[in-house]
Design a protein around this ligand. Structure first.
Ligand SMILES: [Zn+2]
Ligand SMILES: [Zn+2]
Length: 996
């Protein structure tokens, strides 16, 4: 665990970063001593602080964004543990669903259900067994990588006892939740779990419906063709409308309509209009068009013949666009104009093309008006045989789309094509454009729980706060029924059995109900499909529905299912031992994912808000603000960063780069900067201690400090402790880490720099200051432990005493202490005055090394503080004055209420003093290049013709000797000296040399 120390005790910038290796040693130490377990044992009787781990899917390597979430979790739970809370940290793995299935399809080089069910040719059951076995294996493919990085970044998580969503116990808990839901009704008496024929968002590649929260994760802006179509009004229909006949001429009449999905046109069964909308009838060439008056802008040359209200158009019939695509059956309303509330004139023509199977509003209108409900497209997104020209073709193919457009054009039914830019949903897994598609699905009636969801959301503290009523609250206000069924293979099977004879439904809530027991049984498809039940009503045979459950329900159920609740561990939930969570954290995309489904499941069970505090993290982007992706080649591989800079550097950078909820433009330079700005500085504080102070074996700090700087550093520590504690308690690790960085900087550049004389061996050495230093380092180490757990423990090991813990992570978090706020305030004034004074020097081209005679400050400062100010500004005397002196030599600067006045006149004496300093610096540079330590004494020789410099070497020799640790200074023949320097000083040449 040793690192290189030079004379100054510093790790030089150009040397290899020693921290990654040091961290590996600390990791070994943690494992060997089982420090994580010890920290749990120590707090076992403390109040619980409940944490939920959002389960990742380990079918891919962990990325930098996973590291981000994991360290944000870690910093809070470490802090809470040090505060004495008992923080269990059960790991979890999300294992089901489309993400897993899709990856296996790729690996097997197959796509779609047909091929899945034919993996073993001609044997569906064997194929599904094989497919699910592959899924099960693939989903843990990268478990080791995940476990390794989790450990490597210092995230203490109980990886040995994880919950795994594919395990029988977990599935059984999920079933019990579904059963409980199925027994509930909403306020209107409607069942909470129901099967509905509805328009859902459907992925034609995966051949399954998706839930609205999945869909919400996959919107993209697309530009695609929208078409304006002409629907020809039947002549006989016009005969029944005298008000229209008055306006119309003899030419053919068309309704103009508009759609962005030309593939739905064969499915057209009606046109919808607004009864109170004003429609214009216009002539263009030898045709007549009907469209909303407000939408006339879509036409270029036309003549208005008249206006009618929407209600006068209701009932008009028109010729179907694609005769034969839909069978009219018994419908009396098919291919007529129907009134509808949803019609607006915001876009299109005010005449809405209605394909009942491919739009929610269309579907509702169709049901109300008795329109035929027939598909023209199958679930794989291919046209059915009734659409002759394109039967079997994928509806979203560019060729198919242009074929439809061309066909309409050829038959003079197309007005125009326009490029249209809008947001369109894509499958969140396979990126296929989704289709709105009417079909049977199982739903949970979340829309009946809107009020409950919003009420429970009130109990949650969101970080950042605006998400509560913003992104998340808005989402809840619009919450849709949850389409929970997936027509897929690898998932929690829906525990729903339906009677083949009387259609009675039974929701199974445990394996026992199936006559199965034990935790080893596999009830995944296809095995579960073979279990038949007897109908309690009619004794008929009940079969399981074929679907599996939305994978997001799995993870949403984790508070309960991770403990096999309610079959076991009922105290953990019912007595509040492990529910609700005090804290969760994941990335912002989980507002449509886990953050939502956790709340949904808990609300369904009537258990209130499942978490009290949540940090929603901004996305990690590259340094130009671009999304990271393999194709762009801008992915940051976390292990590479850790190998080069260390995990603490990465952690600190991620904590401090922006507020938790803001986007993170990741730049490797930022990690490097954290090493230089914080880690090395902290390390160098330790090295200073070890080099100069440790040998004096400072005793425990007594609580007493006489020296001003010691008093100040203690006050500063108290202040930082208060800020960091407060920020962490309010779930703001970023501001807390900023304060830690500021503390370390103040410690080094202000306290230590100004205290060296008292801390180094020598006449000025102060045992009391040494005690303060040691105490202060210890406290900074404790404060930094949740943020930089490796560095903190390393330094702790270096300075620990007999009474210390084995590891800093077993220390208690420091409590509140009395803070000397007066000294903090006054030192702040001194430091501001120093800045102003330096600015005056800079303006007047005066090096800091050149001593000046006096400085004035318009603030009452005690003598020791004036001394600090004078020393910092290299001025002989500092005065507190009411009125600043004036005159040509006085230069002042004002900052706020503070004014600093510097006498810039350089007398002969001051000039000499300046030269002494300058000379001392050159001699000390020589010492450094000779590799001498503070203990080495030297002889100095010089040669110059300059009278002033000769005067410096002779008359000021005692001062020079002291500044350079020299025995003697003499005029000499420098040629023979090994370490020498030829330089220009006071405009003259001088040669100096040193001898050991
Ligand atoms: Zn898909
Ligand atoms: Zn039955």
């Amino acid at each position: 665990m040793h690192s290189k120390k030079s004379e100054a005790g510093k790790i030089e910038k150009h040397s290899k970063n020693p921290f990654p290796e040091m961290e590996e040693e600390i990791l070994e130490f943690w494992t060997k001593e089982d420090i994580f377990q010890k920290s749990l044992d120590k707090t076992k009787s403390g109040r619980p602080f409940i944490f939920f781990e959002g389960p990742p899917t380990a079918n891919g390597k962990p990325g930098i964004h996973h590291v981000l979430a994991r360290i944000y979790k870690d910093v809070i739970v470490r802090f809470k543990t040090m505060q004495g809370f008992y923080v269990e940290r059960k790991a979890g793995w999300d294992t089901h669903g489309l993400p897993v299935e899709l990856q296996v399809e790729k690996a097997l080089k197959i796509s779609g259900k047909q091929q899945i069910e034919n993996i073993v040719p001609g044997d569906k059951k064997a194929s599904v067994i094989k497919f699910n076995a592959e899924c099960k294996e693939s989903v843990m493919q990268f478990r080791q990588d995940w476990e390794e990085i989790t450990k490597r970044i210092g995230f203490w998580l109980d990886l040995d006892h994880p919950y795994i969503t594919y395990e029988p116990d977990y599935i059984e808990s999920v079933w019990s939740i579904l059963k409980e839901v199925s027994e509930k009704k909403d306020k209107a008496g409607k069942p909470m779990l129901f099967k509905g024929h509805k328009v859902v968002q459907h992925c034609p590649r995966c051949e399954t419906a998706l839930s609205s929260h999945e869909v919400a994760q996959g919107y993209r802006t697309v530009s695609e063709n929208s078409v304006y179509i002409k629907f020809k009004v039947e002549d006989k229909a016009l005969a029944e409308k005298p008000s229209l006949k008055k306006i119309l001429k003899n030419d053919p009449v068309y309704f103009l309509s508009w759609t962005t999905t030309p593939w739905t046109l064969p499915g057209n069964v009606a046109l919808a209009i607004g009864q109170d909308i004003v429609y214009a009838i216009v002539a263009k060439g030898d045709e007549q068009y009907i469209l909303a008056k407000d939408r006339l802008g879509i036409l270029d040359e036309y003549k208005v013949l008249g206006e009618v209200s929407g209600r006068e158009l209701v009932g008009l019939s028109y010729e179907p666009l694609f005769a034969g695509a839909v069978d009219k059956g018994e419908s009396k309303t098919v291919w007529t104009v129907l009134p509808a509330d949803f019609v607006t004139t915001a876009d299109g023509t005010g005449v809405v093309h209605t394909a009942v199977m491919y739009g929610e509003e269309d579907y509702q209108l169709g049901k109300k008006s008795g329109l035929p409900t027939q598909h023209t497209v199958d679930q794989a997104g291919k046209f059915l045989p009734s659409v002759k020209k394109w039967a079997g073709k994928f509806v979203k193919d560019k060729d198919v789309e242009s074929g439809i457009i061309q066909d309409l054009q050829d038959r003079n039914l197309l007005l125009k094509v326009e490029l249209y830019t809008h947001e369109y949903p894509f499958c969140w897994r396979c990126e296929t454009p989704l289709l709105y598609y009417a079909k049977d699905s199982w739903f949970i009636r979340m829309s009946s729980l809107r009020g409950e969801l919003l009420k429970n959301n009130q109990e949650i503290n969101w970080v950042p706060g605006y998400l509560k009523t913003g992104r998340f609250g808005e989402w809840l206000k619009e919450v849709k029924d949850w389409a929970i069924s997936r027509e897929r293979y690898w998932g929690t099977p829906l525990p729903i059995w339906v009677c083949e004879k009387c259609e009675a439904v039974k929701v199974v809530g445990s394996f026992e109900e199936l006559g199965r027991k034990g935790s080893k049984i596999d009830l995944h498809r296809p095995f579960v499909d073979e279990i038949k039940l007897q109908c309690e009503k009619c004794k008929g045979e009940m079969k399981r529905v074929p679907e599996v459950l939305d994978v997001w329900f799995d993870s949403g159920a984790m508070p309960f299912a991770q403990w096999h609740y309610p079959f076991e561990n009922s105290n953990r939930i019912d007595a509040g031992q492990n529910f609700p969570a005090e804290y969760i954290s994941e990335a912002i995309d989980q507002t449509r994912g886990w953050f939502y489904t956790l709340l949904a499941v808990s609300t369904l069970l009537g258990k209130g808000a499942p978490y009290k505090n949540v940090i929603s993290l901004g996305l990690i982007l590259d340094n130009k603000g671009q999304k990271m992706s393999k194709s762009k080649g801008n992915i940051i591989e976390p292990n590479q960063v850790i190998d080069e800079f260390g995990a603490d550097a990465l952690r600190l950078h991620l904590f401090t780069m922006s507020q938790a909820g803001d986007s993170k433009l990741f730049d490797i330079k930022g990690v490097d900067e954290v090493v230089k700005k914080t880690i090395l500085i902290f390390w160098n504080i330790l090295t200073f201690y070890q080099t100069y102070v440790a040998d004096a074996k400072p005793k425990e700090f007594s609580g007493n400090a006489e020296n001003l700087m010691d008093q100040w550093v203690l006050a500063r520590l108290g202040q930082a402790t208060e800020v960091i504690t407060k920020k962490l308690e309010s779930f703001d690790p970023t501001s807390a880490a900023w304060e830690l960085q500021a503390l370390i900087a103040d410690f080094s550049t202000w306290y230590l720099r100004r205290s060296r004389e008292r801390l180094r061996p020598g006449d000025n050495f102060s045992p009391e200051s040494a005690r303060v230093l040691k105490h202060a380092i210890r406290q900074v180490v404790v404060l930094s432990a949740p943020f930089a757990p490796f560095l903190a423990d390393k330094i702790y090991q270096e300075i620990k005493t007999k009474t210390s813990q084995i590891s800093v992570h077993l220390e208690n978090w420091p409590g509140k202490s009395e803070i000397d706020s007066k000294i903090l305030k006054e030192m702040e004034i001194v430091r501001s005055a120093v800045e102003l004074g330096h600015a005056i020097r800079k303006d007047n081209n005066l090096k800091v090394r050149q001593p000046l005679s006096a400085v004035e400050v318009n603030h009452e400062l005690a003598a020791d503080l004036r001394k600090v100010l004078a020393e910092e500004l290299n001025v002989m005397e500092c005065k507190s004055v009411k009125k600043l002196s004036t005159g040509p030599n006085w230069k002042s600067k004002i900052g706020g209420a503070l004014a600093v006045n510097l006498n810039i006149e350089i007398s002969e004496e001051l000039k000499h003093k300046g030269l002494v300093r300058e000379m001392a610096r050159h001699i000390n540079d020589l010492r450094k290049s000779a590799g001498l330590t503070v203990k080495d004494m030297v002889d100095v020789e010089w040669q110059t013709e300059d009278e002033t410099l000769n005067h410096i070497f002779t008359e000021h020799a005692p001062e020079l000797r002291e500044l350079t640790r020299s025995r003697g200074i003499k005029l000499g023949e420098v040629e023979s000296v090994e370490f020498k320097k030829d330089l220009l000083l006071n405009k003259s040449r001088v040669v100096i040399g040193i001898k050991k």
